[in-house]
Write a protein that binds this ligand. Structure first.
Ligand SMILES: NC(=O)c1ccc[n+]([C@@H]2O[C@H](COP(=O)([O-])OP(=O)(O)OC[C@H]3O[C@@H](n4cnc5c(N)ncnc54)[C@H](O)[C@@H]3O)[C@@H](O)[C@H]2O)c1
Length: 271
């Protein structure tokens, strides 16, 4: 079925963290195709190349090296959106990390780093975006906005060997609901998404490490087995599958949806 795609985001600016690859890049591309200007933030220096590639496709884009756990760096990310494009209309908190270990082997560093990126990083970006959207004055500020936070299937159901990751993603749901209530009268919506098994670099890591820990799985075999046994649609998801949901939540059609957490996982989790 050919999908209807207009220029729903013409004249709007979208900040996407972790926008240089994987799910974040697919989200950025989708917004770009639909007319938005993009500011990509990532801890990886390839973020500049990702923005250049978008520009070569005709999408106004900036790439900013930014650690989402660093408040000053997050502020600088949104400064770029103000300076280059006059403000932020939509902010997608997508940057995330995972490690996998048996509980005795899980280090405090694993715990702290995962909570810092996946939960605090989402909060710092929401805080900065909301402040600017509420403040009024510059760009389209004061006219509301859209925040979309990337949680995970692990914000619904914790998987084995990832208690820190599950905790960090359940945290995203909590902060999403709390912020949604605070900013509802400012015409800002805040929602969370829960991707299931999406084939990216992160899943290559999961497949290898969980695969070794859970049995004698070769490369790609654990993912294939989980998809076959647990995903009713019997395929892994793509960045584009996730981008479709994010674009909907950022669109005018989703104006009355806030504080929600929505799965995008081929039916893996139905609660
Ligand atoms: N792939 C999946 O199956 C899956 C499932 C559920 C949720 N998720 C979530 O989706 C998001 C994107 O994951 P992905 O699969 O594309 O992974 P990925 O590893 O391909 O991308 C992660 C991105 O986050 C960025 N990042 C990491 N730490 C950062 C930091 N401190 N500051 C700024 N950027 C940082 C990386 O540079 C990269 O761009 C993550 O939040 C992840 O937890 C992924």
């Amino acid at each position: 079925m050919k999908q209807f795609e207009g220029k729903r985001f013409e004249g709007r600016t979208v900040v996407v963290t972790g926008g240089n690859k994987g799910i974040g890049l697919a989200i950025a591309r989708r917004f770009g195709r639909e007319g938005a200007s993009l500011v990509l933030g990532s801890i990886e220096t390839t973020v500049g190349e990702a923005a250049e590639a978008l520009e070569a496709e005709g999408v106004p884009a900036r790439g900013v090296v930014c650690d989402v756990t660093d408040k000053a760096a997050v502020k600088a990310l949104y400064d770029v959106a103000d300076e280059a494009f006059g403000g932020t209309d939509i902010s997608v908190q997508n940057a995330g990390i995972i490690t996998i270990a048996r509980v005795e082997a899980l280090t405090e560093q694993d715990w702290d780093a995962t909570m810092a990126v996946n939960t605090k990083g989402v909060f710092l970006c929401c805080q900065e975006a909301i402040a600017r959207m509420r403040r009024g004055g510059r760009g389209r500020a004061g006219k509301g906005g859209r925040l979309i936070n990337t949680a995970s299937g692990q914000a619904r159901d914790g998987f084995i060997y990832t208690p820190h990751y599950a905790a960090s993603k359940f945290g995203v749901v909590g902060l999403t609901q709390s912020l949604a209530k605070e900013v509802a009268l400012d015409a800002i919506t805040v929602n969370a998404i829960c991707p299931g098994i999406i084939h990216t670099d992160m899943w290559d890591y999961n497949d290898k490490v969980w695969g070794e820990m859970l049995g004698d799985y070769g490369p790609g075999e654990l993912m294939a087995s989980w998809v076959e046994n647990n995903v009713p649609m019997k395929r892994a998801g793509t960045g584009e599958d996730v981008a479709g949901l994010v674009a909907f939540l950022a669109s005018d059609d989703a104006a009355y949806i806030t504080g929600q957490t929505i799965n995008v996982d081929g039916g893996l989790i139905m609660s």
